[in-house]
Write a protein that binds this ligand. Structure first.
Ligand code: GLU
Length: 420
């Protein structure tokens, strides 16, 4: 059986890239473990007057290139191992994007669908109180992720500001516009992925106007990917799913129906937009482009041989396991790796942080054009690295290529700082 521990997977990916690129063993040793791990237990008075205890994590994986950066997830199955893996992936993501951040991640073990709005707000605030000593604009800067959003960030920024005694907007990104979030941050993860898709389709000779798409996940990333892929390219999204299941329609799904169903907390499966399918069926749908936009370990050794898409655009973090990686690559499916594809979120978070630090704000056009430049540059660097290795008769995946660039940058920063 394939080991699906996300941190073991992250370490295995790192080890493979380190071997290919001959990474200095000392740098490799530092990069195999997070630099700081914080575990907190938060007593929370529930609406019924009883106290429950919630466990939360914040991992600062590496800060050689700048402050830690990464989202906070609210998830019932959250584990420290997952948060460590996600912190490692954030480190590579920020390094590949060429932005002045290291990598970090946070999470709370909780099921937000079972918490009232008041309980969610108190939990968000108490989590920030608990990890407050370990974050800061120049230390570690959180952001939204699975089951957290601009409102969560607003409560957290407010709580941190109360702790320090002044408004500290740049402690957290993904904030609402009225408290100095950035234009374009809400759909930036999906927007960045669209620029990558545009470039990848060009290379593959895939016509996006007639392309059929399946999307797993309808949250911060998947929902906007649906909207953008149809609006920007005219592609047809035939299948969508979320935790509650999925829907399929040969003639293309109606976005507004899906939004209406999910706005009230329901599932796309009950939207009536198409016939019901399972999450497993969604991944195996006959489409040109498969966009996993939910959580890790979705395409594994057991279903990778059944994927029919020509291209996998990894909008989630860690959706494809190492065994699946090998199968997809043998089958000639173009698998665009997560920390290249979904970097748009953290890139616009970086823009938000820069704007907060300068107290000066950019237009939406400016945000998108700068985002396009950064992700297109990363895409070209990844393709070039793969080609350079091919010229040396070494066949590497696009994930390996992305790793090689990122590891080289982090290792160089650690070397200059005298860490090895
Ligand atoms: N949670 C997003 C990610 O995984 C964004 C992180 C950020 O903006 O810091 O990339």
């Amino acid at each position: 059986m394939e080991d699906l521990n996300p941190f073991k997977i992250a370490q295995a990916q790192l080890d493979e890239a380190a071997k290919i690129m001959n990474l200095d063993p000392q740098a490799h040793k530092i990069l195999r473990e997070p630099m700081q791990t914080v575990i907190v237990n938060i007593p929370l008075k529930m609406d019924n007057g009883k106290t429950e205890v919630f466990t939360g994590f914040r991992v600062l994986y590496n800060n050689a290139r700048g402050p830690g950066k990464g989202g906070i997830r609210f998830h019932p199955q959250e584990t420290l191992e997952t948060v460590k893996a996600l912190g490692a992936w954030m480190t590579w993501k920020c390094a590949l994007a060429g932005i002045q951040f290291g990598g970090a991640k946070g999470g709370i073990i909780c099921d937000p669908t079972k918490l009232s709005s008041g309980e969610l707000e108190r939990l968000s605030r108490d989590y920030i109180r608990a990890i407050g000593k370990f974050i800061g604009p120049k230390v570690d800067v959180p952001a939204p992720d699975v089951n957290t959003n601009a409102q969560t960030m607003a409560w957290m920024m407010d709580e941190y500001s109360k702790m320090v005694g002044y408004d500290e907007f740049s402690v957290i990104t993904g904030k609402p516009l009225e408290i100095w979030g950035s234009e374009g941050r809400f759909n930036s993860t999906a927007m960045g992925a669209m620029y990558i898709l545009r470039e990848a389709a060009k290379r593959m000779g895939l016509d996006l106007k007639t392309a059929r798409v399946a999307i797993q996940g309808f949250g911060n990333a998947g929902k906007f990917a649906f909207d953008l892929v149809t609006k920007l390219f005219g592609s047809k999204v035939v299948a969508v799913s979320d935790v509650g299941g999925g829907v399929y329609s040969e003639k293309g799904l109606d976005y507004d129906k899906l939004v209406a169903a999910t706005e009230k907390g329901g599932s796309v499966a009950d939207s009536g937009a198409g016939s019901k399918i399972t999450n497993e069926q969604l991944l195996e749908t006959n489409v040109d482009i498969l966009i996993p936009a939910a959580i890790e370990n979705q395409i594994t050794g057991s279903n990778a041989s059944k994927i029919k898409a020509k291209m996998v655009l990894e909008l989630a973090n860690g959706p494809v396991t190492p065994e699946a990686d090998k199968i997809l690559s043998q089958r000639g499916i173009m698998d665009l790796p997560d920390f290249l594809v979904n970097a748009g979120g953290v890139i616009v978070s970086y823009f938000e942080w820069v704007q907060n630090n300068e107290d000066y704000y950019w237009s939406l056009d400016e945000v998108y054009s700068r985002l396009d430049k950064l992700v297109t540059r990363s895409f070209n660097e990844v393709m070039k690295t793969q080609e350079d290795y091919k010229a040396k008769n070494v066949k590497i995946t696009l994930r390996d290529a992305a790793y090689i660039i990122a590891l080289d940058r982090v290792a160089m920063a650690m070397k200059s700082r005298g860490w090895y």
